[in-house]
Design a protein around this ligand. Structure first.
Ligand SMILES: Cc1cc2nc3c(=O)[nH]c(=O)nc-3n(C[C@H](O)[C@H](O)[C@H](O)COP(=O)(O)OP(=O)(O)OC[C@H]3O[C@@H](n4cnc5c(N)ncnc54)[C@H](O)[C@@H]3O)c2cc1C
Length: 528
């Protein structure tokens, strides 16, 4: 049996990668060891740029159930410190509160629509690499078998066997100091604050909903998610760590809440339809793979990096890995990838994971117990009174501060950045840029007076689409998504800008810059 790409793992990142490859014209096979989708939820939401990435593939609508484009959040938290995002002119922090189980369901549905083969109950057990193939040993429901693939991508999570078998190291640190407990449980109606949806706990005070709430003894989170009893989490730094990760009893959770708040919160058994979560996590790892590629084997998502879940950055990072890798790997397989394109995946995405590792570690330090940390938090609270610092944190958490190195020399400020959601008038209709990127093709947006740039695409028309339009007024679909003057944009399939111009009538230099960017990202032109 053979395939162009085998993806080990049908979690969110493996499924997203499969969809991206398929949109780019390559049919992957996904091997997932679980016979059916897990019922254990991890993420409760998506935080940051990924929300907009999903919109650009038409998936936000399915996940949110809304036809409206996403709006940035009015507030969030950093290290259990509130961030007032309403003060920002350019608020990049988008949130989508949706359980990971639903995200996986939607991605699987999309993969099936695209005709992708997902083999459930098929576990990768071994591999070897030859010059032009990877041989993969698989344990399937009908027994062991072998597959050959041009590439294998490990999307098999933090404990990735693919990574281990490929001999890729996973350096970093393990911290064992924390115990986190999470349960679905009921709370007395009398304690729910109708104004905020949070809790008023006698003897303690108000606890806002969905916020990490730190005391000098630990952390408490109260999340009244729709459709289920509230989800509550504590985090403590005990002297004696539990020896295992046995799910907490309700009594253990009550005791933990009492230690953190120094007050009683009478938790009741959850009612309604399960499954209900009971989870204990002891300590955690912060690690990044020492390389994302070993010849014909690549890693995405948790297989490439693990870190604290604080602030919910995991899927923002992993799903964008998948969107970055998909078109590059497809280009390699289809034979038009310019030299170095596939390796730019690691160059671009490692920097993103290093940033997440940095800010999750910083946040973990800020939620720790003790008087010194309380003092540090007071200082941070002062710093967060300055709008520029809030902007900095919001840009970092959302990943909106990513600038990929594109090698372009024309210096347009948008180059290397995520494309803003421009509002466009074509000859026939008004459209948002976000609606033009659903099929993940490279795109030249020609907004020049004469609309004459399409001629430069001659050798690339098999790979690159062109849309000729006028900028609508206002220029972007959202006031918080400003754009500097622009008359032409070349978008990579991941919606990052490979080239841009501000000349109303592009001259020979502009045209040369465009052709050079086309070659750099989309390979050599076809002969005329
Ligand atoms: C408690 C908790 C809360 C979190 N909260 C958030 C949050 O709010 N927001 C957020 O963005 N992120 C959150 N995360 C992180 C997020 O859940 C992960 O980043 C995400 O699941 C990673 O997806 P993945 O596809 O890379 O790996 P996984 O989800 O781990 O999927 C890997 C898949 O590979 C399969 N597999 C493993 N080995 C093999 C093999 N040998 N052969 C075949 N298949 C295999 C597994 O069965 C699994 O289905 C949280 C994580 C935790 C633990």
């Amino acid at each position: 049996m053979s395939a162009d790409v085998v993806i080990a793992g049908g979690g969110p990142n493996g499924l997203m990668l499969a969809c991206e490859l398929s949109l780019a014209g390559v049919r992957p096979v996904v091997l997932e060891r679980l016979p059916e989708r897990t019922r254990e939820n991890r993420a409760n939401g998506l935080v940051g740029q990924v929300v907009r990435v999903l919109e650009r593939r038409g998936l936000y609508e399915r996940l949110s159930g809304s036809k409206e484009p996403p709006h940035p959040a009015p507030g969030f938290v950093f290290g259990a410190l509130p961030l007032d995002l309403r003060v920002l002119e350019d608020n990049p922090l988008y949130l989508l509160q949706v359980p990971q189980l639903r995200i996986e369901e939607v991605l699987e549905e999309r993969a099936v629509e695209l005709g992708i083969e997902i083999r459930r109950g098929h576990e990768i057990t071994g591999l070897s690499q030859q010059d032009d193939t990877v041989t993969i040993e698989v344990a399937g429901p009908a027994g062991p078998y072998r597959m050959e693939a041009a590439f294998l991508v490990g999307a098999d999570g933090g404990g990735s066997l693919t990574r281990k078998l490929a001999g890729i190291g996973f350096p970093g640190v393990r911290r064992d100091a924390t115990v986190s407990r999470t349960v679905h449980a009921t709370v007395p109606d009398s304690m729910v604050d109708p104004a905020t949806g949070g809790l008023n706990v006698p003897g303690y005070g108000h606890i806002p909903p969905f916020m990490h709430h730190r005391t000098e003894r630990g952390l408490f989170v109260y999340a009244p998610l729709p459709g289920k009893p509230p989800l509550m989490t504590t985090m403590e730094w005990p002297q004696d760590l539990p020896g295992d990760e046995r799910p907490p009893t309700l009594d253990e959770m009550r005791a933990s809440v009492r230690r953190v708040l120094d007050a009683d919160l009478p938790l009741g058994e959850p009612d309604g339809e399960g499954p209900f979560l009971r989870r204990t996590l002891v300590g955690g790892n912060t690690r990044i793979a020492d390389r994302y590629r070993e010849r014909r084997i690549l890693l995405v998502g948790d297989a490439a990096h693990v870190h604290s879940a604080i602030g919910g950055p995991g899927l923002n990072l992993g799903l964008q890995d998948a969107v970055n890798l998909g078109w590059k790997l497809a280009a390699e397989i289809r034979g038009w990838a310019p030299p170095g394109l596939l390796d730019s995946y690691e160059a671009e995405r490692r920097a993103a994971s290093e940033r997440v590792v940095m800010h999750t570690q910083a946040q973990s330090a800020l939620i720790a117990p003790g008087g010194e940390v309380t003092a540090l938090r007071e200082l941070w609270t002062e710093l967060l009174g300055d709008r520029r610092n809030v902007q900095h944190i919001a840009d970092m958490m959302s990943g909106a501060d990513i600038r990929y190195h594109t090698g372009a020399v024309d210096g347009h400020p948008l180059v290397g950045q995520w494309a803003p959601d421009l509002l466009l008038d074509t000859e026939t209709w008004r459209v948002r840029l976000a609606e033009l990127t659903r099929d993940a093709r490279p795109l030249l947006l020609d907004l020049t007076e004469e609309g004459s740039l399409a001629g430069e695409l001659l050798g690339w028309r098999d790979r690159v689409d062109v849309v000729t339009a006028r900028l609508h007024d206002p220029v972007t679909a959202r006031s918080h998504d400003p754009a500097p003057p622009v008359t032409a944009l070349l978008l990579r399939p991941d919606c990052y800008i490979a080239w841009a111009s501000a000349s109303p009538r592009p001259g020979s230099d502009d045209r040369e810059g465009l052709r050079s960017a086309l070659s750099r990202w989309f390979g050599a032109p076809l002969a005329a």
